[in-house]
Design a protein around this ligand. Structure first.
Ligand code: SAM
Length: 280
């Protein structure tokens, strides 16, 4: 029996899940808002990379989807390459501005030469794959020495705190990081700082920062307190609350000044900053 059969099935499912035109259309529509809380968290996330790279850097967006990060980075003046397994997703990206290059390709075997990019960024791809350190190693290959990589991940410590005394119902939270848990096809990965450090070491990267991101958006501790249905109601309420200018200013202040200082068991999302070590 192949011990990786389950893993391979999840990988194939995850890689195929976005390939239809219909799926790309829905994804494009549901992620294009520039006035919701997710957009704000996205901007904070992109800042982890842009504050560390020179103007007009060559940046790779791994699993770029419909180009939310690709387009934002190009608008900031960087030369961005987006790679994705789904041509339907890539087809949604307007490249007429001239700073965007698109390639269909697999994050496990990137169609680029070693040391091609000054920066690499990826969002909502790494936490889908249990063997995510392999993706990090492949991304490090195409990053030049001294270059910066920013990946997102989900905090294992947040799940551990939330699941104390069985308080977190993973199936209703929507993100189930357990190896044996739930439906294999909706399996997500999670990481501790030690696991991030190990992955960084094996890819020749220094772990520069692990930034807690998005306290209000997706938090297993809040989900454990409220229960599945309560958490869905809470999420809708936060989205509505965020549309009020005063509430928006408060949430943005909290995310920038308080979330950043919280321990990783209090926050589900992490922005991870890595730097490629010099050769030799
Ligand atoms: C949740 S979407 C994230 C898209 C985008 N990064 C964003 O922030 O909106 C996941 C993306 O990963 C892509 N993907 C899945 N498996 C892949 C693989 N093996 N190689 C490249 N892209 C992959 C999917 O096609 C999809 O566009």
């Amino acid at each position: 029996m192949n011990p990786n059969a389950g893993l391979d099935a999840v990988k194939s499912f995850k890689s195929a899940a976005w390939t239809s035109t219909e799926r790309a259309q829905i994804y494009d529509r549901t992620t294009s808002s520039t006035s919701d809380l997710t957009h704000f968290v996205t901007s904070e996330y992109i800042g982890l990379l842009t504050q560390r790279i020179a103007p007009k850097s060559a940046v790779l967006d791994l699993g770029c989807g419909t180009g939310v990060l690709t387009k934002a980075l190009a608008a900031l003046g960087h030369d961005v390459t987006g790679v994705d397994i789904s041509q339907a997703m890539l087809d949604k990206i307007d490249t007429s501005g001239g700073r965007i290059t698109l390639r269909q390709g697999d994050v496990y075997a990137l169609p680029f030469a070693d040391a091609s990019f000054d920066g690499v960024i990826t969002r909502w791809v790494i936490p889908h794959f249990r063997d995510w350190p392999t993706i990090v190693r492949e991304a490090a290959r195409v990053l030049r020495p001294g270059g910066t990589m920013v990946i997102d991940h989900t905090s294992r410590a947040n799940y551990a705190l939330a699941a104390r005394e069985g308080a977190l119902d993973h199936s209703t939270f929507g993100y189930d990081p357990r190896v044996q848990g739930g439906d294999k096809t909706v399996f997500y990965a999670a990481a501790s700082v030690d696991e991030l450090q190990l992955a960084a070491d094996s890819a020749g990267l220094d772990l520069i920062d692990v930034a807690p991101l998005g306290f209000f958006r997706q938090n297993a501790v809040i989900a454990a307190v409220l229960g599945g249905e309560g958490f869905q109601t809470y999420r809708k309420a936060v989205d509505a609350f965020y549309q009020d200018p005063g509430a928006r200013a408060f949430i943005q202040w909290f995310e920038q000044n308080i979330t950043r200082a919280l321990p990783l068991d209090m926050v589900n999302g992490m922005g991870v900053v890595l730097r490629k070590r010099a050769a030799g």
